[in-house]
Design a protein around this ligand. Sequence first.
Ligand code: NAP
Length: 266
Amino acid sequence: MGRFDGKVVLITGASSGIGEAAARQFAAEGAQLCLVARRADRLEALAAELTAKGSKSIAVAGDVTRDGDMEAAVRKAQETFGRLDVVFANAGFSVNGKAERLTLADYQRQFETNINGVLRTFHASLEELKQTRGVFAVNGSVSGHISVPGFTAYSMSKFAIRAFCEGARLELQKTGVAVVLISPGFVESEIQKVDRMGRYNPNQKSFIPPWIMVPAGKAAKEITRAIHCRKREGVITGHGRVFVCINTLAPWLVRLVLKYGPVPGK
Ligand SMILES: NC(=O)c1ccc[n+]([C@@H]2O[C@H](COP(=O)([O-])OP(=O)(O)OC[C@H]3O[C@@H](n4cnc5c(N)ncnc54)[C@H](OP(=O)(O)O)[C@@H]3O)[C@@H](O)[C@H]2O)c1
């Protein structure tokens, strides 16, 4: 018996990294999946693999920045499975660079995916989730607690998402829909290879030391646990929990470390 037996889970950004690992983990725990992202070839390969292993899965090409795409994905999930129990609004990327060098367009591009993309996913799926008293989970970040130099655009988007989750969770209490914020630390994925325009660039250098990175599969196990428990917030990765804890108890210490840390000056 899996924790998600008979449940239907929709994941945005399921074509790589955390979303792909979460899809595998949900499938391993019994769920059926609706996989959404722009790279249809990757989604179709993953859907075929999960279906072959016994978890019926469908791939729906969609862009969270485009009006109507998420409604189409939810409709497809409903037609195929007849229900929707969990939505994991995970699609996102990072616009890096010092604030004085970033343009308004850079910030708007960041917010369009990381904030408005979550809102589109929320509005498209809420009525279905009310039917099953399901879970709307959002992938935030430890950067939604700590604003790091060189990442103001990304941190702003993740602070905003944390605010959304806190309020929406209370608003929806009577409907039976739980809102779960997932706040990961550093997790192995392709995010370091995506440039500030949102394009995959295999030559882009990562500034995160590999030793701190947590495998996506390990993070995915923590994510499904937090969603199953309908937690208010699941801070994912050990180092992530330490950072958030220190930031709460001694924010001056975090500021001191960040003051002398490297700033990606792209
Ligand atoms: N990795 C970390 O250390 C870390 C830490 C904290 C939070 N996070 C958050 O985790 C989430 C997933 O990121 P990741 O680290 O797994 O990076 P990733 O490997 O680059 O995955 C990002 C996913 O988002 C999808 N995506 C991006 N823009 C999209 C759009 N407009 N419409 C639909 N899908 C879109 C991508 O698919 P397509 O390109 O195929 O559309 C891809 O599947 C993000 O929200 C990120 O902020 C990551």
